[in-house]
Every structure is written in C-alpha cells, then in structure tokens.
Ligand binder design. Structure first.
Ligand code: NAD
Length: 296
C-alpha cells in the first residue's frame, strides 16, 4: 500500500499536493531545486491550514500532524528513494520534465509509480524517456489543490490498468473525485476550457461585446462561477497562450489558433492577476472587479 510519496516542485501546485497528501496521513518528501521556494511552500501550507481551522474544517492538532508529515529536500535522488509514488509538479517545460523523469527512472524504486501534474505535455512522451512507461501516468490536480475536488487522471499509451486503478483509489483516499481520460493534446479539462477562453477573447477582439458583458453572460447564463475572461486572468494569460498553442500544434487545426489580442497582451506583459493587469486590474486590498482601462 502506498503511504510514502514524493512531490517534485514546491510551487503553486506542489505545495497544494503535499498539503493534501500529508493531511491524509501520507509521509511526503517535498523536493525543489530552490531552497527559498521550499521554505515558502511550508509557510503557504501552514497559512492554508490556518484558514481551514478558521473555517472549522481542520484543527490545531491536524495542522501539527500535517506539517509533521512533510519533509523537504533539494536532493531528488535521496528524496525519492523510499517513495512508492512520485508526483512531478515542476515548471511546465518539456525539457525540464523529461530530464526529471529520466532521473526518477534511475533512482526511484522499481515498483514506484511516476505521475505528472502537467497541464499540457503528452504523458506518452514523458513516459517514453523511462524504462517503465507502464507505470507513468498523469495526475492532474486543479488549483487550489486543497479546495478543488477533481483529479483528471490521464493514461499514457502504455499505462497499465493496475496503475490507473491504484491512482483512482489513491485520489479517493484524498477525498477527491477522479476522472480517467486518455492522452491527447490538452486532455479533457484544457481541451474544452481553453478554446472557450480563446473564443471569449476573440469576441472581445471583434467588438461583439465588452469584458463585463462577456463574463456576465457566461456566469449568469451558463451558471459558471467565474466568467472566462476573469478565469483567464486568474490562470495567467501566458499559461493560457501556452496551452492553446499546445492544442494548435497538436491538432494542426485553425480551430485552435490563439486570438491576436491574447498574443498581444502576453507580449505586452499583461498577464492577469500575477502582473496586476489583464482583462481586469488587480490592486492589493481592492476586492472590486474593475475592467482594465484598455477595454473601457
Ligand atoms: P510554479 O512555477 O509555481 O512551480 C514550479 C516549481 O518547480 C518551482 O518552485 C521551481 O523551482 C520547481 N522546479 C523547476 N525545475 C525543477 C527541478 N528540476 N526539480 C525540482 N523542482 C524544480 O508552477 P505550478 O503552477 O505549480 O505548476 C507546476 C505544474 O502543475 C506544471 O506542470 C503546470 O502545468 C501544472 N498545473 C498548474 C496549474 C496552475 O493553476 N498553476 C494547474 C494544474 C496543473
């Protein structure tokens, strides 16, 4: 039974994944090449546990147990040596991920499952750099991990059924809802979400409607919790552009061509929440949603 795991990459997703496993009594080694990032990750997990305590969904005792279940390391080889599952959540860059998987294949125990949290890189391609393609799988958590219920599980071409079943069971142990899909550009989540966001940007670009109208129509008309332009700001416009380009390249279809406005905004450093401006403007302490002056 899997009780000991390693998470590679301690950024936005890695700290959330470590948090959720540790909270469910798994022993977690959280690995990053950047020590400051590891320290920040532990502080973020502690802050998010405090938030759960304030909401009444956790206790001081559970917080202490959760933090105690996590150790950090900058040494990938030592960090994975007892793991039966490694989840890679490093930077979304194919070369970085392929190198990590080559290294993991050499150092992780032979029966260890190697999972990736990639949003868009082919699982089959990642698996192909290892000698255990049958034990490589996508385990795509959603942001923020402690809150979002879905885990999109992606079978590579050679993933064994027992491996998929083990990851499905594990996701349920984390009180998540797993959905299994097959490897294709964007999998399911981003294959459907990103063209919708791109279409919303095209509608704005063509002057069919303004930012607020597009988002309100999708929120109130389709019961989406957030409009597509606000969601794009939240995800990061650079991340959206990368994923749309993965669909465009993967399917070789004009249907997925990124909107010129999106390309322009990314070139111009308007990346959404993280840069302070996208379709809306974001200022510390201001909770009101204000449309960027560019679109007024
Ligand atoms: P991030 O930039 O916040 O964190 C990435 C971390 O990886 C950094 O701390 C970096 O130091 C570390 N890293 C880079 N190279 C490394 C290496 N060789 N070994 C160990 N650590 C290394 O990124 P993120 O947003 O957490 O995304 C991580 C993965 O999760 C990506 O594949 C991304 O596509 C996917 N994802 C992201 C989201 C999201 O909303 N952010 C949602 C779902 C999936």
């Amino acid at each position: 039974m899997i009780r000991e795991i390693a998470v590679i990459g301690s950024g936005t997703m890695g700290n959330g994944i470590a948090h959720v496993f540790a909270q469910h009594n798994f022993k977690v080694t959280l690995i990053d090449i950047n020590v400051a990032q590891l320290e920040k990750a532990i502080a973020t997990i502690a802050k998010n546990l405090e938030r759960q305590i304030a909401k009444g969904t956790s206790t001081e005792e559970q917080k202490a147990i959760t933090l105690n279940n996590i150790i950090t390391s900058t040494d990938i080889n030592r960090g994975v040596k007892n793991a039966l599952l490694v989840i890679e959540a490093a930077t979304e860059n194919a070369d970085i991920k392929l190198n990590i998987f080559k290294q993991l294949d050499e150092t992780a125990p032979a029966d260890c499952i190697l999972a990736t949290n990639t949003s868009s890189i082919s699982i089959t391609k990642i698996a192909a750099v290892t000698k255990r393609a049958d034990k490589v799988i996508g385990m795509h958590f959603m942001n923020p991990v402690p809150v979002m219920k879905l885990v999109e599980i992606i079978n590579g071409r050679e993933t064994k059924k027992e491996v998929t079943n083990a990851i499905v069971e594990l996701s349920k142990q984390l009180e998540k809802i797993p959905c299994v899909v097959n490897d294709a550009p964007g999998f399911i989540a981003n294959r459907i979400l990103m063209p919708m966001i791109n279409e919303a940007i095209y509608s704005l670009h063509e002057g069919v409607a303004g930012v607020a109208s597009i988002d309100t129509i999708m929120k109130l008309g389709m019961a989406h919790p957030m409009g597509p332009l606000q969601l794009a700001d939240y995800i990061g416009l650079d991340v959206c552009l990368n994923i749309i380009n993965v669909l465009y390249d993967g399917f070789k279809s004009e249907k997925y061509a990124p909107c010129p406005l999106l390309i322009n905004m990314v070139n111009n450093g308007k990346l959404g929440v993280k840069s302070g401006e996208g379709f809306y403007i974001y200022q510390p302490g201001n909770k009101d949603l204000t449309v960027s002056p560019q679109f007024k």
